[in-house]
Write a protein that binds this ligand. Structure first.
Ligand code: AG3
Length: 314
């Protein structure tokens, strides 16, 4: 795989501009990876003061010094909301940070569905935030579009419940890891652009809803809350149409050009995300999330509550 080092004078700083007209600028020491995959432009940097950084198509995905708040908020409240999460599906997340957090729990199987094998390969070698989770015996990796993966799983379900044994259904089953239903689904995607756009659609949430067990929970990263982004509101709107109950969460994520990043949880069945057994956090070795902080993840600024209430009334 192509990899390139550049002299520090060529890349002293990395800037990501958000379309709204503000940005984030990070001083960097050197570029470790610059690769154009089939799907996107992958860059990995060593920054001057904040560890490594993963950038996809110009958008910062992971800044090592800031990634804990993102990955821990995406993963742990959902894992605690479920009394025994055994089967977890991660959509996206090719850097391995989400998988790393999932595997801190006593799960039986964690399936990672990542569209771009190059992201996994390069992050495993150069970013190294996965902490061995790609090699964990409970991990199963599938290189496929997450939406397609769930679509096929739904097809498969339908056919097996009809008792059909067509060649086609066997081949669907044969594509690998899309079998069974999940206790927890975590969507760790890029912004809703290009191949990730579909992961924020009502159709995707409907298919993910049916891939959850009777009691299950889906959490997606959902874009900036402050400033309030249309990405966040759209995801909320589309999830609302599918899930009987949803919760918005937020955390500050250093590395994204927004003081508050949003997450949305869709709850199926009889689970509560707010009243959880926080003693299960003991021994998990977390850097950001803790029992005292749990409630604060659900606090929303007044202007966000207002915007969400307007969506609820529709
Ligand atoms: N995925 C969400 C990153 C979104 C950041 N957006 C941006 N910088 N414009 C992060 C993947 C981490 N596992």
């Amino acid at each position: 795989m192509e990899e390139k080092e550049e002299s520090s004078s060529e890349c002293e700083e990395f800037i990501e501009w958000h379309p709204e007209g503000y940005g984030i600028c990070i001083k960097i020491r050197r570029k470790l990876v610059d690769f154009m995959s089939e799907f996107q432009h992958i860059e990995i940097y060593e920054t001057a003061n904040f560890g490594k950084m993963l950038v996809l198509d110009g958008a910062i995905q992971v800044l090592e010094a800031g990634e804990a708040s993102y990955h821990e908020t995406l993963v742990h409240p959902a894992m605690l909301a479920h009394p025994r999460p055994e089967s977890v599906l991660v959509i996206g997340g090719g850097d391995g940070g989400t998988l790393r957090e999932v595997l801190k729990h006593d799960v039986k199987k964690a399936t990672l569905v990542e569209i771009d094998p190059a992201v996994v390969e390069l992050c495993r070698e150069f970013l190294r935030i996965d902490n061995g989770s790609f090699e964990d015996a409970r991990t199963e990796i599938c290189f496929e579009d997450g939406f397609e993966f769930l679509r096929k799983a739904a097809e498969c379900e339908k056919e097996s419940s009809r008792g059909e044994k067509s060649v086609e259904s066997r081949s669907v089953r044969g594509t690998g890891c899309n079998s069974g239903k999940y206790d927890v689904i975590l969507v760790d995607s890029t912004d809703p652009v290009r191949h990730a756009r579909g992961l924020f659609s009502e159709e995707f949430y409907a298919i993910a809803f049916s891939a959850l067990k009777e009691n299950g929970i889906l959490v997606t990263q959902a874009g900036s809350i402050f400033p309030l982004s249309s990405n966040f509101l759209n995801a909320y709107y589309n999830m609302k149409a599918v899930f009987p109950r949803i919760e918005a969460l937020s955390a500050p994520v250093f590395g994204y050009a927004a003081p508050l990043w949003g997450f949305i949880a869709g709850i199926k069945g009889n689970l509560s995300m707010k009243n959880v057994d926080l003693s299960r956090l003991r021994g998990l070795k977390l850097r950001f999330y803790n029992a005292e902080m749990h409630n604060t993840l659900f606090f929303m600024p007044a202007f966000v509550r207002e915007a969400l209430a307007r969506i609820q009334r529709q």
